[in-house]
Ligand binder design. Structure first.
Ligand code: MN
Length: 230
């Protein structure tokens, strides 16, 4: 069959990889909700170990390092959430927890920007979260650091500074659902594949940004990321 297309092919989403000229092609973006107890509590929820829940962003919502985050439309309460980001090199269905880390190509730090006012309205009305989560440029992300260099960090400080002041300060070891468990659970619901990205939830301290703010965040030993709100 012809590979010609009736309209131009959409641009592939490619993320830089630390230390390599080749880039990481993105397929889907999954996100985990309420994966740190102290953040669940600050959002008014019980942090007990309920099954994890997931939502998605779009691949082209990812914002590569070095670009400004444009303040989105129709919100007056856009929150930062610093998160550990997984990049998958393999997938499948019903992946065993013990085999899950073999699917991980690398790690990055990212921000799950959220229109909190629209999310609150969606929660109240029982509506889906896309308008709160899956908007343009809503997921700034650092270059991906290959696990081949880094290993698979299960601990390490995860932090975010707003205009130079530390506002989020957690540790990867505080995740309610650990990385292998997240992959195993996701693969019960979806067929995971190379190119999938998973944002693994945020520790406490989320808050609002305004135009002109500077957000710096990182995971010690993994990556850092700086982004300006434009
Ligand atoms: Mn989040």
């Amino acid at each position: 069959m012809s590979t010609a297309t009736v309209i131009p092919l959409p641009k592939p989403v490619l993320l830089p990889v630390e230390g390599l000229s080749e880039r990481f092609p993105v397929r889907r973006v999954y996100c985990v909700g309420r994966n740190y107890a102290d953040h669940a509590i600050e959002m008014g929820h019980d942090p007990s170990r309920e099954p994890p829940f997931f939502f998605q962003k779009n691949a082209d919502n990812l914002l590569p390092a070095g670009e400004d985050f444009p303040y989105p439309s129709l919100s007056n309460d856009v929150h930062f959430e610093v998160e550990c980001v997984l990049a998958l090199k393999a997938g499948g269905r019903n992946i065993a927890t013990e085999a899950a880390l073999d699917c991980v190509y690398g790690y990055a730090v990212g921000v799950d920007f959220t229109r909190r006012d629209l999310q609150a309205e969606a929660k109240k009305l029982g509506r889906p979260w896309e308008v709160a989560k899956a908007f343009e440029h809503s997921a700034p992300v650092s270059a991906i650091v290959p696990a081949a260099r880094l290993g698979h960090p299960s601990a390490g400080r995860i932090w975010l500074d707003l205009n130079g002041k530390r506002v989020q300060d957690g540790d990867l070891n505080q995740m309610i659902w650990k990385v292998p468990e997240i992959i195993a659970e996701l693969s019960k619901l979806f067929t995971l594949a190379p190119g999938d990205i998973v944002m693994t939830g945020t520790p406490a301290g989320v808050g609002a940004v305004r135009r002109g703010d500077r957000v710096d965040c990182g995971i010690d030993g993994v990556a850092t990321l700086g982004v300006t709100v434009a």
